[in-house]
Design a protein around this ligand. Structure first.
Ligand SMILES: [Zn+2]
Length: 306
């Protein structure tokens, strides 16, 4: 239904939760892909991109931010389409130069990605022409402090990345870790509220049209988090563990203690915030992950529920 609202030179490619959605813009000089998915699923990304291109040349990748599920297939796409350039938000350049810092949540959160060379930067407050339409680039710090989104005033389409999902948004980190995260996400919601939006293409999940209600629900969720730093911390570690399990698929329960001692986000958040014994933290984390319904334990093995 919402697909009918899309302009002709824009293809929406929806992925499962582990890879960010893609938007493919078709222009005479070649196609531009927004975000590229998680590295473990590069074959899926390449197949979907191939279908969507319909023989047209690939020209450019734009990354909304540097998380693994958004940049993971940059390299695979460049190898498949060697003339593809990569554009990143200007505000991400220092993070790119400082590749795999804890803030990027790669190794630190047991995620994988391939470092890549970028060709140019996108400043916020600028206008890009993509798919024959003008798109404003808007800074959306919070979930990722350097991220940007794209907004088309003509079609009132917002490509919102992880700044806004349907009734939700990408994780923020506890104030104890980064005092700016929650406040930045709050200001991002304020900025988005100024826009007139008919259709949202989020970084994860289906497209949606109830922008105002979703933004209100996402803001309410953020304010509930803002009241309780530990609630944010629980959300981060649980989310990171479930994400890792979903791409790892299995892990012996016997390895979990070593895992939470080794993986930075678990080791540090426990040492700094939860302050449990490693054994108690591992047991709590597993119980929380099971409660999501995405992970189960049988015969000493933690498995992803498919
Ligand atoms: Zn993200």
């Amino acid at each position: 239904m919402t697909t009918a609202l899309l302009p002709p030179n824009l293809t929406f490619i929806e992925r499962d939760w582990l890879s960010a959605n893609h938007v493919l813009f078709h222009d005479d000089g070649g196609a531009t892909l927004v975000d590229t998915g998680y590295i473990a699923f590069a074959d899926v990304t390449l197949a979907k991109l191939h279908d969507a291109l319909q023989g047209a040349p690939m020209k450019r990748i734009i990354n909304t931010h540097l998380h693994s599920d958004h940049i993971g297939c940059n390299g695979a796409i460049q190898r498949a389409y060697p003339s593809t350039t990569i554009s990143v938000p200007l505000a991400e350049v220092s993070a790119l130069k400082n590749w795999d810092s804890p803030e990027q949540m790669l190794t630190y959160a047991d995620q994988e990605a391939e470092a890549f060379a970028w060709d140019d930067v996108i400043e916020t407050g600028q206008t890009l022409t993509l798919g024959g339409l003008l798109w404003e680039t808007i800074a959306t710090p919070g979930h990722d402090m350097g991220s940007l989104v794209l907004y088309s005033p003509e079609t009132k389409i917002l490509i919102s990345a992880d700044a806004l999902w349907h009734n939700s948004f990408g994780f923020v980190v506890p104030r104890a870790i980064d005092p700016a995260s929650v406040a930045a996400q709050r200001s991002t919601f304020k900025r988005l509220a100024e826009l007139e939006v008919a259709l949202v293409i989020p970084g994860h999940g289906p497209m949606f049209t109830d922008f105002a209600a979703s933004l209100k629900n996402a803001s309410d969720k953020l304010e509930a988090f803002a009241l309780d730093d530990m609630k944010i911390a629980r959300n981060v570690v649980k989310g990171m563990f479930v994400y890792s399990m979903m791409w790892r698929e299995t892990m012996p329960v016997a390895e979990l203690l070593n895992y939470v001692q080794r993986v930075g986000v678990h080791r540090d958040y426990n040492a700094w915030l939860f302050r449990m014994s490693d054994e108690a933290y591992a047991a709590w984390l597993l119980a929380e992950a099971e409660k999501t319904g995405k992970v189960s334990v049988t015969d000493g093995l933690i498995r992803t529920v498919v």
